[in-house]
Ligand binder design. Sequence first.
Ligand code: E4P
Length: 219
Amino acid sequence: MALFVDSSDPKEIKDLFAWGVLSGVTTNPLIIAKEAPDADLGERIREVLAVSTGDVSVELTTETEAEMWDESQIYHAWDPQRITIKVPFSEMGLRVLNRLAKRGIKTNVTCLMALNQAYLAALAGATYVSLFSGRVRDLGYDPKPIIAATRGVLDREGLKSKIIVGSIRHMNDVNEAIEAGAHVPTVTPPILRKMIWHPRTIETIAEFNNAWRARSKKK
Ligand code: E4P
């Protein structure tokens, strides 16, 4: 079991890694376009690498096999041990994934909505298969059985791919992903912070500390 952060913000990532619960980072073109529209991708990812540990997923933005391959080689060179090439799922994606896997380059096949897609990506050698919980729910389906069925098939067939569950919109999506068998939920900073918060915990700690301060005053 592991937990990744879904962000490209070096400040947030540094802060959140200090909790000791994270072991990787996922980014995508939409996240980077929103968080840093004018940033140079290479500089941004190098900053992310500097403040984190573990695998850092960087997504391909081109669409032909040749372009995707060339793009993947640029990203891979930034840190061959840690950069994980995020490959959008498609026929071209599978071709590129298969070539990357044969070279031992880490991959994260992304934008998956269904077991059949995750199964193909796993057979082609994906390091990670990313199921998109919130976007599945947007279509009116429950993502939990899809995650559970994917985990069941990977385990039964001895396929090595790990399931990342992304597109997490609520704290409960994290709980559901874990319960259903995800290896790695990837969670945005605001939702990670909400995972800490509980009103009863805050009240209880305040009650204990107030009692302690009152006792100290009596001495
Ligand atoms: C996961 O790797 C993706 O970056 C992400 O979770 C996509 O989620 P969205 O539906 O919020 O775009």
